[in-house]
Design a protein around this ligand. Structure first.
Ligand code: NAI
Ligand code: MG
Length: 482
């Protein structure tokens, strides 16, 4: 069995107390690897290394084009190691191998994308009084803390680390305890690509130990967190005490709004793929179906048929859908299905754990379609994070918008219609940071700014927008006249 240390100053080291934890395959609960269990003192060591590397000028003062070349080489190394990384991700997280391969390609794209902008982080000149020149420049913050979840371990590591590094910051990353392996491998690849030792450090461990210590560390200058609302609140509270800026990506309850005039086959395809991907454990999952009353029966039977054709099994065998990440998450999902029945919803398909044969050893849930979910109830408004689609019905554009906006979240929305006016009206009025018209999801969406309204968080990941979040602005005024 493999054993992994903490990744600090470009090498694997034991944790201070020499403790480990096991990471398991959620398809059968087998142990894949033993991983060093970082705690406060290990976080402290990693932050000190990241700080001294930042202050050494080795990274932040490197020619930006050279910084870009190192990130570009990282993307090439990720692609070269695609099969190994994808297999590791599938074993650790459970997702189908083809989805893991896509995740690895998207991760390579993040490094490629931000490699290209490392030497294009521009400032402005600002007209002021005669005899003066004023300009701005974007500088790195220093040490960035990245606390990431288990649903897209490699993708989220890449989407946060690539822009942070491109801007000249150094990094301490805390992967989720469920899925620490690919972030550790990323450390090895960054070193191979030429990143100075100490610019990228990984402290695996538990949230309340390593995660909380990192968020509260006085030596960090910026925190990026992706995960649950309660932990996001704690991370922000810790950052507030140090007056440190925060980017929060906290999931959602995103709607697919299907009008009667849509291409229904196409719409059904997007609706199903957006809830099946990663077994519904996706921050931007299309977890609510808002369907126009006149096509309710017809459209639901199309969605139901598609859900019933989904193959479920261990990710390594490449089914359409793999297991839920953990027993804890399985209980959450099954709890919401029970709650849906209590609230009066109807289960049109699925609704049960799958335990036949080998599936009994893992955490598998049948793709589930709920109808007549009461508007404003818990199932209609809370994030389930499993393959459970909640259906609500509307009669016109205004009602569709009002139901769509009836959750505390606001991450993504899908609109399916042939009527441009309806599509753009919804796009304008829906409370969401990203809107998809006649499609859903962006296959990684590396170039497109992504992030939430409301309790989905704030700040933006991806695209040029994310790069700006990893820089701080300095203004310089020069007097040259007399
Ligand atoms: P979580 O929020 O506990 O985990 C996310 C990350 O935060 C992990 O790295 C974890 O170790 C870390 N963490 C946990 N407690 C911490 C603390 N006190 N201080 C600092 N870091 C801490 O999420 P969990 O419990 O795994 O999942 C619960 C729910 O959260 C899910 O059902 C889902 O609704 C939501 N979630 C949303 C995600 C998204 O992509 N936005 C990803 C994962 C979970
Ligand atoms: Mg695992």
């Amino acid at each position: 069995m493999d054993r992994y240390g903490l990744w600090i100053r470009g090498e694997f080291v034991d944790s201070n107390r020499n403790e480990c934890f096991e990471t398991r395959n959620p398809a059968d609960q087998s142990v894949i690897a033993r991983v060093a269990r970082g705690r406060g003192e290990d976080v402290d060591a990693a932050v000190r290394v990241a700080r001294s590397t930042f202050e050494s000028d080795e990274w932040q003062s490197m020619h930006p084009a050279e910084r870009g070349r190192i990130l570009l080489r990282t993307s090439e190394l990720i692609r070269r190691n695609r099969d190994e990384l994808a297999t590791l991700e599938t074993l650790d997280n459970g997702k189908p191998l083809k989805q893991a391969q896509t995740d690895i390609e998207v991760s390579a794209r993040y490094f490629e994308y931000y490699a290209g902008v490392a030497d294009k982080i521009l400032g402005e000149t600002i007209p002021v009084s005669p005899g003066y020149i004023d300009f701005t420049q974007r500088e790195p913050f220093g040490v960035c803390a990245l606390i990431i979840p288990w649903n897209y371990p490699m993708q989220v590591a890449a989407r946060t680390a690539a822009p942070a590094l491109a801007a000249g910051n150094t990094v301490v990353l805390k992967p989720a305890e469920e899925t620490p392996l690919t972030a550790l491998k990323l450390g090895v690849l960054l070193k191979e690509a030429g990143l100075p030792d100490g610019a990228f450090n990984v402290v695996p461990g538990f949230g309340e130990e390593a995660g909380a210590a990192l968020a509260a560390h006085p030596g960090i200058d910026h925190v990026s967190f992706t995960g649950s609302v309660p932990v996001g609140t704690e991370v922000m509270t810790s950052a507030a005490k140090n007056i440190v800026p925060v980017t929060l990506e906290l999931g959602g309850k995103s709607p697919n709004i299907v009008f009667a005039d849509a291409d229904l086959e196409e719409a059904a395809r997007w609706v199903v793929s957006s809830i099946i991907q990663n077994a519904g454990q996706t921050c931007s999952a299309g977890s609510r179906l808002l369907v126009e009353l006149s096509i309710h029966d017809q459209f639901l039977s199309m969605v139901k048929a598609r859900l019933e054709s989904i193959t479920v099994g261990p990710g390594i065998r490449n089914p359409d859908m793999g297991p839920i990440i953990s027993e804890k998450q399985l209980r959450t999902v099954m709890g919401y299905i029970a709650l849906a029945e209590e609230e009066g919803a109807e289960i049109l398909t699925g609704g049960a754990r799958l335990e036949d044969g080998e599936l009994a050893r893992g955490f598998f849930v049948a793709p589930t379609l709920l109808d007549r979910v009461p508007q404003g109830g818990r199932v209609a408004t809370e994030e389930i994070f499993g393959p459970v689609l909640s259906t609500l019905t509307f009669e016109d554009v205004d009602e569709a918008i009002s139901i769509a906006n009836e959750t505390p979240y606001g991450l993504v929305a899908g609109v399916h219609t042939r009527d441009l006016s309806k599509a753009l009206t919804v796009a304008k009025k829906v409370r969401a940071g990203q809107v998809f018209i006649n499609t859903y999801g962006a296959g990684g969406g590396v170039e497109m700014p992504f992030g939430g309204y409301g309790k989905s968080g704030f700040g933006r990941e991806k695209g040029l927008e994310a790069l700006l979040h990893f820089t701080q602005l300095k203004n310089v005024l020069i007097r040259y006249g007399s």
